[in-house]
Design a protein around this ligand. Structure first.
Ligand code: SAH
Length: 227
């Protein structure tokens, strides 16, 4: 992927994310993201995840529409959420909200296995095809309600939620390993959401830290999705 026609735009985006990481250190506690996270962002071709009409905006640091009223997250947000997950090479990671599959690809660069749940069947199917075409072999996607997680593949070292539930989903908490991290935007629809980094302690308690105000689409309740 290194020398495609977007290589320069991707390098500029990486520099912008580094600058924004420094600017937001007071919120996130992370003035520099891990080199492995930045390398993952430098490797994933974001233009392959956005519409043909948005190719020139693929490396602008903002969210873009992906259909069904959904968006691919702003690159800085993908970076900060991935950094807060502290993925180690052998980790198993669960993502809720596959969308176009971009965040899943970034996670796949860092983790051993990535499991991603998407409630809109056509988004899940398109993401599966796209990730296969790009050569990602360690991502599994399934259609389902993210509130249920993926119990057959649990427990997970990390769980990343890319739409906003009104409170921490208990079944996701259950599916986290002791020592595991969950990064999740929490808030009621229409209200300001807060990005939380949660860690499961060895005795199964959840320690949570508010990190950053964010604006995600609401996580839809079970049964209310349409295709
Ligand atoms: N991570 C995505 C961005 C996701 S946008 C990317 O990189 O492109 C949020 C996604 O969450 C949307 O695709 C939406 O359909 C999905 N979603 C919303 N509520 C959900 C739920 N209850 N279960 C699973 N997915 C959900």
């Amino acid at each position: 992927m290194a020398d495609d026609r977007f290589a320069e735009a991707r390098r500029r985006l990486i520099a912008e994310i580094e600058a924004e990481a420094a600017d937001t250190e007071a919120w996130t506690g992370r003035g520099r993201f891990a080199p492995a996270v930045m390398n993952a962002l430098a490797r994933v071709p974001r233009h392959a995840f956005v519409a043909a009409t948005d190719q020139n905006a693929a490396y602008v640091n903002r969210p873009l529409p992906i259909g069904h009223g959904q968006t691919i997250s702003q690159p800085y947000i993908v970076a900060v959420m991935t950094d807060l997950l502290d993925i180690a090479p052998g980790d198993r990671v669960l993502e809720i909200g596959t969308g176009c599959g971009y965040q899943a690809a970034v996670l796949a660069e860092l983790a051993d296995r990535v499991f991603s749940v998407e409630v809109v069947p056509s988004l899940a199917a398109a993401a599966r095809d796209r990730l296969a075409a790009l050569g990602y072999r360690n991502v599994a996607i399934r259609v389902g309600d993210g509130y249920d997680g993926w119990p057959e593949e649990a427990p997970f070292d990390g769980i990343l939620v890319t739409s906003a539930p009104p409170r921490l989903p208990p079944r996701l908490v259950e599916q986290l390993k002791p020592g595991g991290r969950m990064v999740v935007p929490v808030g009621l629809p229409g209200e300001t959401q807060m990005l939380f980094r949660c860690v499961k302690t060895p005795d199964g308690e959840i320690a949570q830290e508010a990190k950053l105000p964010v604006a995600f689409v609401p996580m839809v309740p079970a049964g209310s999705a349409s295709d």
